[in-house]
Write a protein that binds this ligand. Structure first.
Ligand SMILES: [Zn+2]
Length: 330
C-alpha cells in the first residue's frame, strides 16, 4: 500500500488537487511555495501554505498540516482508507499545459544534483550558490527520460509533442540542457533550456515567453534593473541584487513593455556591451520608448565586451556592480 500511495501522490500532486477544488493561491516568492485562504477553517487572511515540491500543506491559522491524503481526510471527514479509495477514483485533468510544464520543471529540478556536468556548467557560468539555484528552480534535462516520466503519469505523447516537450520523432526535446522555468501568475508558462554543450545554445518551448521574468517580485519597486539574459539575472540575484527583472532577449514584447510602464519608476537598462553594438542599440531604442511613456531610464555601462554574467564570472563583485549602477547615466 505504501508504494501505491506514493504513486498516487505523484499522479495527483497536492497543488493540482487543491486547484481542482477551486483553491485560489498566489506564490510567496519562495521557491515553489503557495499561499491562500485555508479550505479547512474560516478565515479572511491567507494562512494556508502549500509547498508544491514537497507536496505538503500547513495552515498557520488552524495548525493543520500534512500531505494530500491528510488533506482529504480533514476536508472530507474520511478515514485514511476511505480517503485512499476516494483519491484512487479521482481522475487527473490532463489537459492543462501549465500542469504538464510544472511537472516537467519539477522533474528537471530533481535531476540537477545527479549530473555533475550540469552543476559544473552552472559554476562556469558563475552560479555556485545552492540556495539561489533552488530559489530560481533551475533544473537539468539530461534527455531521454522525460517522455517515460510523463507518459507514466498518463500524459499522451501527442500532448507532449504539441507542447514541444517531445520532438516530431517523439524524443525529449531538451537534451543536456540547464532549464529555467518561466512563471506568470504563479504558474509555469514556458521553459528556457540552455545547452551545456556548444551547439544550439538557446531554446524556449513553442508558445509565449510571457511577461518579464521575475516581475511579480519587483512590480512594486520604484527602481528595477533590467537584464536581457537569465544567466545575467541569476548572477546578479546571487550577488544580492533583488530589484531585478529579465526581458529574455533584447526585444521586449508589447506585454513586457507595458509592465515596465505600469507606474512611475526608474529602469536601469543593463544590456550586453557586445562587439557589434546590438545590445546597446536595443538599449537606446528601449530607453527612448520608455522615456516617451514617462519612465526614467539609466543606462548601465559595463566594460567593453561584457554582459552582467561575464562581468561577475571574470571577478566582478557586488560592490563594483553597485558603482556601475550609481554611475549610470540617463
Ligand atoms: Zn486552517
Amino acid at each position: 500500500m505504501g508504494e501505491d500511495l506514493e504513486k498516487l501522490k505523484q499522479r495527483l500532486p497536492l497543488l493540482d488537487y487543491l486547484r481542482q477544488q477551486n483553491w485560489v493561491a498566489r506564490t510567496t516568492g519562495h521557491g515553489s511555495e503557495f499561499v491562500g485562504l485555508c479550505p479547512l477553517h474560516s478565515e479572511t487572511r491567507p494562512s494556508f501554505y502549500v509547498n508544491a515540491r514537497k507536496n505538503l500543506f500547513y495552515c498557520h491559522g488552524c495548525g493543520q498540516g500534512g500531505d494530500l491524503l491528510r488533506f482529504v481526510q480533514l476536508s472530507r471527514h474520511l478515514s485514511f482508507r476511505q480517503s485512499l479509495a476516494y483519491l484512487e477514483q479521482q481522475s487527473v485533468p490532463l489537459t492543462d499545459p501549465a500542469d504538464v510544464l510544472e511537472r516537467t520543471a519539477t522533474f528537471y529540478q530533481q535531476q540537477l544534483d545527479g549530473y555533475p556536468e550540469a552543476l559544473h556548467y552552472l559554476k562556469q557560468r558563475g552560479l555556485h550558490d545552492h540556495t539561489s539555484i533552488k530559489e530560481m528552480q533551475i533544473g537539468y534535462a539530461p534527455g531521454g527520460s522525460l517522455r517515460r516520466h510523463l507518459t507514466a503519469q498518463g500524459y499522451s505523447c501527442d500532448l507532449l509533442q504539441r507542447l514541444g516537450l517531445l520532438n516530431s520523432q517523439g524524443h525529449d526535446a531538451f537534451y543536456r540542457r540547464v532549464v529555467f522555468p518561466c512563471c506568470q501568475g504563479g504558474r509555469v508558462i514556458n521553459l528556457y533550456g540552455r545547452s551545456i554543450a556548444a551547439a544550439f545554445a538557446h531554446r524556449f518551448l513553442p508558445g509565449s515567453k510571457g511577461g518579464l521574468y521575475g516581475w511579480e517580485q519587483v512590480q512594486q519597486c520604484p527602481e528595477v534593473i533590467l537584464v536581457e539574459g537569465l544567466f545575467d539575472y541569476a548572477v546578479l540575484r546571487q550577488a544580492g541584487f533583488r530589484h531585478l527583472t529579465c526581458s529574455l532577449g533584447t526585444h521586449l514584447n508589447t506585454y513586457q513593455f507595458q509592465q515596465l510602464c505600469d507606474r512611475p519608476r526608474t529602469v536601469y537598462l543593463t544590456f550586453d556591451v557586445d562587439a557589434n553594438g546590438s545590445g546597446q542599440q536595443a538599449s537606446q531604442q528601449l530607453a527612448h520608448c520608455l522615456r516617451a511613456r514617462g519612465i526614467s531610464t539609466r543606462r548601465v555601462l559595463l566594460p567593453d565586451g561584457h554582459d552582467p554574467n561575464s562581468f561577475f564570472v571574470q571577478g566582478g563583485d557586488a560592490r563594483q556592480f553597485q558603482s556601475l549602477l550609481e554611475a549610470a547615466q540617463p
